[in-house]
Design a protein around this ligand. Sequence first.
Ligand SMILES: NC(=O)c1ccc[n+]([C@@H]2O[C@H](COP(=O)([O-])OP(=O)(O)OC[C@H]3O[C@@H](n4cnc5c(N)ncnc54)[C@H](O)[C@@H]3O)[C@@H](O)[C@H]2O)c1
Length: 346
Amino acid sequence: MLMSVFWFENSIEYNKESDAYFDIGSSKMVRGKRVGIVGAGNVGSTIAYSLAMLGACHEIILRDNKIEIAKGKALDMSQAAAAIRSHTVVSVAEKMSDLTDCDIVVITAGSPRLPGMSRDDLLMINANITREVIEGIAKYSPNAIVIMVSNPLDVMTYVALKESGFDRSRVMGMAGILDSSRMAAFIQEKLGYGGGQIRASVMGGHGDDMVPLSRYSTVAGVPLSDLLSAEEIEEILRRTRGGGAEIVALLQTGSAYYAPAKATVIMIDAILKDTKQIHPCAVYLEGEYGYTDVVSGVPVMLGANGVEKIIEMNLNDDEKAMFAKSCASVRSMIDVLNVNKFFQGV
Ligand SMILES: NC(=O)c1ccc[n+]([C@@H]2O[C@H](COP(=O)([O-])OP(=O)(O)OC[C@H]3O[C@@H](n4cnc5c(N)ncnc54)[C@H](O)[C@@H]3O)[C@@H](O)[C@H]2O)c1
């Protein structure tokens, strides 16, 4: 049973008859922001914990097939929120029909990438899970903004968009912020300084063909090429492309979750606070950069309405070629789904 939770502010007054809070100025009922997270595994529960500690929303609802584990994690997190005197409540939806009226739903449900398994191997398994989950979201949280995390990321974002029927501004994937953070960490490691001042830029798909843009990467405004040799930059780019696999090889059981979760929380926070900041996110392209009917990572403006603007950068010929390769790789996975008649419900 889910509890309705309402936002407290100085101008907000509780009305006993309707058991709701009202803005005294406008007499409108005000509800706290509700974020649903489908898949309460490593990434999903770390997103929930990070969000709860941030106090960015009023309610977090976890949904996972492993209900008892999700309940245990929700209790634990609610207690952590109480410890820091946060208003955030963490609860569990036992069924998709309990995941109602969310402002944002994050999808992390799926199988993690195991050692030796490519992202592409996960395609059919996760496409079916995504379809099942997005159908529930479209039905029970029809106004939600959806953030896809499950891999292969760009194709799962495409599946979520097509199967939800939502406008493309409300369905996006998390990858670019993570990939850029990985590149920034590798730049800092190579330089030995500049932490917190590095702006790394990565676009394209979240795969081996991602497009790290060294030309747009700086340390406190200083171009990377003024600080590192071409060979050193190439090494950073190679490591960025293999950033996920490097962690998979070390962990042995499962894949990265701290940085993926933080990157997702940055997106949630930007939407809930309507920051209008620019972040690289996976979105459905309708002619931007010369591509249509494919999802890829590009800089977008995030705000209360989701993806409010897609920014088109002037890529040089090399960057265009890398982006083309990346889009072709995503397209080939969409083709696999088409060949298997996935979108015809088979
Ligand atoms: N986009 C990125 O940059 C990025 C980064 C890291 C991980 N990932 C992906 O995120 C996904 C989750 O990773 P993880 O490490 O948290 O995996 P995990 O195995 O720890 O968690 C996945 C959870 O999904 C649940 N689940 C499976 N099917 C479900 C369904 N139909 N309904 C509800 N819950 C369901 C499982 O019970 C499990 O708890 C994977 O696909 C992984 O590859 C993406």
